[in-house]
Design a protein around this ligand. Structure first.
Ligand SMILES: *[C@@H]1O[C@H](CO)[C@@H](O)[C@H](O)[C@H]1NC(C)=O
Ligand SMILES: *[C@@H]1O[C@H](CO)[C@@H](O)[C@H](O)[C@H]1NC(C)=O
Length: 335
């Protein structure tokens, strides 16, 4: 109790005044808007963080940098906005060569954005500043959707709701790719990580369940059947939050008791209401600090320093179309 008041005071006084999101509040993309749910208010009211968007779908954030990132399916862009300053406007990170980018995840440690595109059938990565864009996967991908990262372990997970639906995993530099789940799947769409238990949770929008496996795809547990048609999923402490296209609202499920309840019944009362899609808890607990080999001098890399699940736990990489030299650190001259 004391600690939580203390923490609130610290956060209150240390962050700038304007355009803030309180730590541990939920943020979600809602077509025209990015909204915040005030979890500590009894009515759980929402407020708009970013407005006038086209079709905001996937989202993530960097708590340390106070940045929110999202994909917009209408304008075909990946954008960001800086919090804590009311006059800061959304800026483009990627505005070419994306078509249906409906999954997105932030590596808060090395400041990268990973995204999936179900039309171009790719998973790509780029720096927060929009530089050094690289296609990580373009083969054996059908309709990639949700992405989740565990930068502390150099791991990337994603769902693919194509004809042969599957959940895959790889190292964050694109190596060591393997299929974790390919049974009882139709539209695996939401994906969340439980760092402490080293498990991933996902929702299936067609089969309407929540299930989980460990990081190796083992110890599968069916968590909840008969839920609504979920889209986005996130987890903080014991609670899973999901956006729900049946009721156009947000539900929460306790991972211990496995009980679910409607949290925000519907956003239909809001102006410009749309499908609530990407969802995250804006919390530093979900982005623990970690000193990686990319933290010092960009790992000696001339361009991208990507985290890896295997020793030495990072590797240098180049933007798409540029070769890495034999020293494995520098990229050949850009043509
Ligand atoms: C807030 O954003 C505006 C516009 O981008 C910028 O000019 C100004 O310096 C920012 N203020 C702070 C305190 O960062
Ligand atoms: C950094 O790289 C070295 C090998 O070059 C490796 O032994 C070490 O575990 C790595 N440290 C981290 C934090 O990944």
């Amino acid at each position: 109790m004391f600690f939580s008041i203390f923490l609130k005071l610290v956060i209150f006084y240390c962050l700038p005044w304007n355009n803030n999101i309180d730590a541990s509040n939920i943020i979600f993309a809602n077509t025209k808007q990015i909204s915040e749910v005030h979890l500590d208010s009894t009515r759980l009211d929402t407020s708009v963080v970013v407005d006038n968007l086209g079709d905001a779908t996937a989202l993530d954030f960097s708590f340390k940098e106070q940045l929110i990132f999202w994909s917009d399916l209408a304008t075909k862009k990946i954008q960001g906005v800086r919090l804590g300053n009311k006059s800061s406007k959304p800026f483009d990170i990627i505005n070419t060569g994306v078509s249906s980018p409906d999954g997105l995840a932030c590596d808060w440690i090395t400041k990268k954005i990973y995204w999936s595109d179900a039309d171009t059938k790719r998973i790509e990565v780029v720096q927060f500043d929009g530089k050094n864009r690289k296609v990580l996967f373009w083969k054996d991908i059908d309709s990639p959707r949700a992405l989740a990262l565990v930068p502390q372990e150099g791991l990337l997970f994603w769902t693919d709701w194509g004809d042969k639906a599957k959940i895959e995993r790889s190292s964050m530099d694109g190596k060591h790719r393997r299929i974790l789940v390919n049974e009882e799947l139709r539209w695996p769409n939401g994906l969340a990580v439980d760092f402490a238990a080293r498990r991933i949770y996902w929702t299936d929008g067609k089969l309407k369940y929540i299930s989980s496996v460990d990081y190796n795809g083992g110890n599968k547990k069916m968590f909840q059947t008969n839920i609504a048609q979920a889209f986005g999923l996130t987890l903080e402490k014991d609670l899973l939050y999901l956006t729900d296209w049946t009721n156009m609202g947000i539900s929460s499920c306790n991972k211990v008791s496995e009980k679910c309840k409607m949290l925000i019944p519907s956003n239909k009362h809001q102006a410009n209401y749309g499908y609530p899609s990407g969802i995250k808890v804006y919390s530093p607990l979900l982005q623990p600090e970690y000193v990686s080999n990319c933290s010092v001098n960009n790992g000696g890399c001339s361009h991208l320093c990507l985290l890896s699940s295997d020793p030495p736990y990072y590797s240098c990489a180049c933007p798409t179309g540029v070769l890495l030299k034999y020293n494995k650190k520098t990229c050949a001259k850009l043509l």
